[in-house]
Structure formats: structure tokens, C-alpha cells
Design a protein. Structure first.
Length: 174
């Protein structure tokens, strides 16, 4: 069990680092969004095109990265959405049992399914070096690749959470 605990801690540390790095993307996203707004406004008065599709798509990509890469971090911090009608009143042991069953029956299979379904689209995007159809847009293959990365991170965090719930159910304090 010590090896599993070490694996769990390693996964937690990795998703913690990714989550904190992703937090900085908020600043970039807000900065690009503010620039786009100002550029469109000033462009009307100067009759010049100050913004571009690349800036708009960049803002969308950053938002996508926040959502995708933040999933594992959010699960690690136990900040994910939960319907907490009864859960909050349960004992630690019963919460661990529900989380364990949910992780094994829903979270981990969903991650595998998402990877399986996403793979053809990502693979195709890489094979053609997919670009935005909009003039001056960004390449699409990097953001599609992040779908796979995010579900791998979420899957790994799911494994970590399963390990932690098994420890709770076994009464292991470490």
C-alpha cells in the first residue's frame, strides 16, 4: 500500500503543479480579451483593423485550457460539482465508499471512453496539421491534443482518489 500511496502523492503533486500553472492562463485570457475589446473599439475610430481572428481564437483556446487542464486539479482539491443532498451528512467512511464506487464505475470509465472517442479526431487533426478555417486563425491540432492530455490527467487523478478512498476504508491514517 505504501507504493500506491507514493503513486497517489505523485499524481496529486503533478495535478497541483498543472493547476497552479493553469491559473496564470486566466491573466493571459483576460489580457487578450481586454485587448480585443479595446482594439475593436479603437479600430472603429482609426478605421484600422487592430484585432484579428488569432486573438479571438487565442482567447477561446485559453478558456478551453482552463477548463480542460483544470479538471484534474479541481478533482484533487475536491472542488468539483457534486449534488450534495445527502453526501454532506454522511460519515467519512460512507463518503469514501460513495467516492470509491463513483470513481470506479463512472469517472475512470468515462475518462477511458472520452480518450477513445477523442483519439480519432485528434489523430486526424495531427495528420492534416488542421488549421482554423477563419482567415488569420490559429492551428487547431494543439488545442485538440489538449483534450487527450486533460483526460489523461483526470484519469490519473481519479486513480489517486480511488487509492485515497481505499486507504480511508481500510482505516489507514497515512
Amino acid at each position: 500500500m505504501r507504493t500506491l500511496t507514493a503513486i497517489s502523492r505523485g499524481i496529486d503533486a503533478m495535478n497541483e503543479r498543472v493547476g497552479k500553472l493553469v491559473g496564470f492562463l486566466v491573466l493571459a485570457m483576460v489580457g487578450i480579451g481586454a485587448f480585443n475589446s479595446l482594439a475593436r473599439y479603437l479600430g472603429r475610430f482609426t478605421e484600422t483593423q487592430l484585432s484579428s481572428n488569432a486573438f479571438l481564437e487565442g482567447q477561446w483556446y485559453l478558456f478551453s485550457l482552463l477548463f480542460l487542464l483544470g479538471a484534474g486539479y479541481t478533482l484533487r482539491r475536491d472542488e468539483h460539482v457534486r449534488v450534495d443532498v445527502f453526501y454532506g451528512r454522511l460519515s467519512t467512511r460512507n463518503k469514501a465508499l460513495i467516492d470509491l464506487v463513483g470513481g470506479l464505475l463512472f469517472l475512470l470509465p468515462f475518462c477511458v471512453f472520452a480518450l477513445w472517442v477523442s483519439w480519432p479526431s485528434v489523430s486526424n487533426s495531427w495528420s492534416v496539421w488542421e488549421q482554423s478555417p477563419d482567415p488569420g486563425g490559429l492551428p487547431r491540432w494543439p488545442i485538440k491534443t489538449m483534450i487527450l492530455v486533460s483526460f489523461v490527467l483526470l484519469f490519473l487523478q481519479g486513480i489517486s482518489e480511488v487509492i485515497k478512498r481505499i486507504r480511508v476504508l481500510r482505516g489507514d491514517p497515512s
